[in-house]
Design a protein around this ligand. Structure first.
Ligand code: ZN
Length: 268
């Protein structure tokens, strides 16, 4: 398990560390931004929540791979990405699932734009951001190719890739639903997912993000019971990050992860 543990520690789902926007302004009454104040908006909040949920599910996937000692035959980060997508569609209605998926995919585009011109890091444990974008769009489209053809076109999925998406989706769907069936809760009981350390914030987006994670924790506790405990910390990390720490069986959602999301969102 050492290899998995090493890879999991370094997990950053959305913002590649090299391109992370460090936040220094956490003062009350405004959203942390390097140079501009971003007014609170429902659309931005929905975008932030979508990304927070997708990231939280991705880290949950790492936790299951670690604690259930699941076999992983290729890049663990790709497995965690596909898990997040499958879980999103299980837990949310179709409209919300599409919003979450799109918001998560859009972040890869935003990060790729910020890093334009920079050399790709082929040694990274994650696939390049645009590859993660197309895979996410493909897997979502593959869940219902008739109904989601417009989604694939709107998000520029090439036909050469689209031809394989139904098959790709079936593969990850079958893999993860088998795992999730094993841990479905059959009777009420103690929580296994436990919100532990929380650093409070006056940033309304951070407050809302923490609330959506709490709600998700409650739903996951009601729905599943894997027989082990996973902690959830929502804390100040001094870095824009989210990761699973196998040594502490803890998902850590950094408060600093939120602000760059608010700056990324641009209404159509
Ligand atoms: Zn990861």
């Amino acid at each position: 398990m050492n290899k998995i543990i090493t890879l999991s520690i370094a997990c950053l789902m959305i913002a590649g560390a090299a391109f992370a926007q460090k936040t220094t302004d956490k003062s009350a009454g405004k959203l942390s931004g390097a140079s501009k104040e971003i007014p609170f908006s429902i659309d931005t909040m929905s975008y932030v929540e979508g990304n927070v949920l997708a990231t939280f599910y991705h880290e949950f996937g790492h936790a299951l791979i670690d604690l259930m000692e699941l076999p992983v035959f290729a890049r663990e980060e790709d497995a965690a990405d596909s898990f997040a997508l499958v879980l999103t569609e299980i837990l949310h209605d179709p409209l919300r699932a599409e919003q979450i998926t799109w918001a998560s995919a859009d972040q890869y585009v935003q990060i790729a734009r910020k890093s334009k011109g920079a050399e790709l890091d082929f040694s990274d444990t994650h696939a390049p951001d645009m590859m993660r974008y197309y895979t996410l769009i493909c897997l979502y489209y593959g869940g219902d190719v008739d109904a989601r053809e417009g989604f694939a076109e709107d998000n520029a999925l090439p036909q050469d890739r689209a031809d394989f998406c139904e098959e790709e989706r079936d593969m990850v769907q079958n893999a993860w639903t088998r795992v999730l069936r094993r841990i479905e809760r059959d009777k009420p009981g103690a929580d296994w997912l436990v919100v532990r350390d929380v650093d409070e914030s006056s940033d309304p987006y951070v407050v809302a993000a923490q609330q959506i994670v709490r709600e998700s924790v409650a739903i996951l506790n009601e729905t599943y019971n894997p027989g082990f405990t996973v902690n959830v910390d929502m804390v100040n990390c001094e870095e824009d990050n989210a990761f699973y720490d196998p040594d502490d069986q803890t998902i850590i959602m950094c408060n600093e992860y939120i602000s760059p999301l608010t700056r990324s969102f641009s209404p159509l």
